[in-house]
Design a protein around this ligand. Structure first.
Ligand code: MG
Length: 279
């Protein structure tokens, strides 16, 4: 068999590449364990370190401020007072150290029991730009209504007010906080507020913060419902980023808080590889 120099060089290059890859493959196999393999890792590394994550909050609140400025300029004499309706968690308050705790404990799915303990400790921080935006609203006589699906039992309202007050959020009182423990349908509360206020915008990290029609366990249906409303985003609806929880999780798993199991890890993998190159 006649071997050309070109073929020989190619064969040599391949063997060098394989030799270089072999130790690292072996090393990966040795170091794979639950402690460093966690479903939440990439999302939380992004939340904890990416300037892009924080910039998206500033972007959202800058747009919200613009909407308020437009509403103030268009306000007619004798019209209803202006208001903003906002979700609380991952919209105004961030819980990065809760999610960091889960990962440090080797947990890779949300855990309701430890979440309730975390809420009690009052550790939430204000999201970037939240306080500045809400204070801008206050100085322009625009009221804030907080609408949340938190559920820490009878203590829910008191704990949420404490969290908001500790950080200096305005209107952090029982009259401006609506807690929905029985249902996550926020539309009834929105309608109630709209009887007395002109609502400038809804703020949230979950499409369900805007409209109940998005409460679907079908990923494609949820996507197409959002597409129908595409003109409302950045106008009536101001959306903030959340890659760790929300009803997008429910659409994948059929429940908002899926238990940690290999079956659910496989469902997550199927979602992540929905489109996958297979050369
Ligand atoms: Mg939220």
């Amino acid at each position: 068999m006649r071997v050309t120099v070109k073929a020989l060089v190619k064969a040599l290059a391949i063997s060098v590449a394989l030799a270089a890859a072999a130790p690292s493959l072996g090393q990966n196999a040795l170091t794979r364990d639950r402690d460093i393999e966690n479903n939440l890792m990439m999302a939380m590394a992004w939340k904890q370190t990416a300037a892009e994550f924080r910039a998206l909050y500033y972007q959202g609140f800058n747009i919200a401020r613009l909407r308020v400025e437009i509403a103030l300029a268009q306000k007619q004499e004798g019209s209803l007072p202006l208001a903003i309706i906002s979700d609380v968690d991952e919209t105004l308050l961030l819980a990065n150290d809760y999610w960091g705790y889960l990962i440090s404990q080797g947990q890779d799915f949300f855990d309701d029991a430890s979440w309730d303990r975390w809420v009690e400790e009052n550790r939430a921080v204000a999201s970037p730009g939240a306080l500045e935006f809400l204070n801008f609203c206050v100085s322009n006589s625009v009221e804030i209504f907080y609408v949340t699906n938190r559920d820490q039992g009878e203590a829910t309202v008191q704990l949420a007010i404490e969290n908001l007050n500790t950080l200096g959020f305005p209107f952090a009182d029982a009259a401006h906080l609506r807690v929905l423990r029985e249902s996550s349908n926020k539309e009834l509360v929105q309608q109630d507020i709209k009887e007395d206020y002109e609502v400038v915008a809804l703020l949230g990290d979950n499409l369900n913060d805007f409209a109940r029609r998005y409460y679907s366990t079908d990923v494609d249906q949820r996507m197409s419902l959002m597409e129908e409303d595409r003109d409302r985003y950045g106008r009536d609806y101001i959306l903030f980023p959340n890659p760790t929880d929300g009803h997008w999780i429910r659409a994948i798993f059929g429940e908002s808080e899926p238990p940690a199991s290999d079956a659910n890890r496989r469902i997550l993998k199927a979602a992540a590889t929905r489109a996958a190159w297979a050369p």
